[in-house]
Write a protein that binds this ligand. Structure first.
Ligand SMILES: [Fe+2]
Length: 246
């Protein structure tokens, strides 16, 4: 019951505010589906620099790395703390404006998660399987593809429209549920997932309230930067142990 009240408040707060806006900085496709790929947003010189930074930082013993149990997903949270140039190589302000338009609020805080994802036997893919980043509040994130993303090397997978309150209310799951098994997703949404493949330099934007995962990596590797935006500095605090210190 409490979940239903929260979901209704979200409809009132976000959907109506967006509808009342005369100018959107995000597309109709993104609004409807919760995910969109923007091709060729970053040039090759920048993606090469970013991949080199990731490889170098992974080798450096001083980097505050996070890895999954298999070593398939290696992450550098708050990469700007040790590589300030990253702020110039990614179109952070352009994406921030899209996010602010979508969420109808200022997003003055952010950090960059730079990652290398590699095939290891038994890997679950980035994010550890199907989940929502938040059960009720819409989220805005962008992922910069620093290498080509194919069906094999663990592409982002999303259930279109699963960010909407209507889609949640039509499912049989509790409204506050955040993690889902592959069987649960298959039963409820069948083959409705979208696998977002794309070329090096593309940018994926997503409302990660919607159901998503990094597909398990069948072979190869990929490099990516994900930018997390926040309206309040205190909301970044839950990541403080993972961030880099300059
Ligand atoms: Fe996620």
């Amino acid at each position: 019951m409490l979940g239903l009240v929260k979901e209704i408040l979200i409809i009132l707060r976000y959907s109506l505010m967006r509808k009342l806006k005369s100018k959107w900085l995000f597309s109709e496709e993104f609004y409807r589906n919760g995910v969109e790929l923007l091709p060729k947003k970053i040039d090759r010189i920048s993606t090469t620099k970013l991949r080199t930074f990731i490889d170098t930082a992974i080798e450096d013993k001083g980097t505050n790395l996070w890895t999954d149990d298999l070593g398939s997903d290696v992450r550098i949270y708050g990469a700007e703390g040790i590589f300030p140039e990253i702020e110039m190589l990614l179109p952070i302000d352009e994406m921030r404006k899209k996010g602010e338009s979508y969420l109808s609020q200022k997003l003055p805080y952010h950090f960059v998660l730079a990652a290398k994802l590699q095939h290891k036997v038994g890997n679950l893919g980035s994010g550890g399987g199907w989940h929502r980043d938040s059960p009720f509040t819409p989220q805005f994130k962008f992922i910069a593809y620093l290498s080509d993303v194919s069906f094999q090397n663990g592409p982002f997978e999303y259930i279109p429209k699963s960010h909407t309150s209507l889609n949640k209310l039509n499912s049989k799951f509790n409204l506050d549920k955040m993690r889902y098994t592959a069987e649960e997703v298959n039963k409820q949404w069948g083959d409705k997932s979208t696998v977002v493949i794309g070329g090096e330099g593309s940018i994926l934007i997503a409302d990660t309230k919607g159901l998503h995962r990094g597909s398990p990596i069948q072979n190869g590797e990929r490099y990516a930067c994900t930018v997390y935006f926040f309206s309040k500095e205190k909301n970044m605090q839950s990541f403080s142990n993972f961030l880099q210190r300059a």
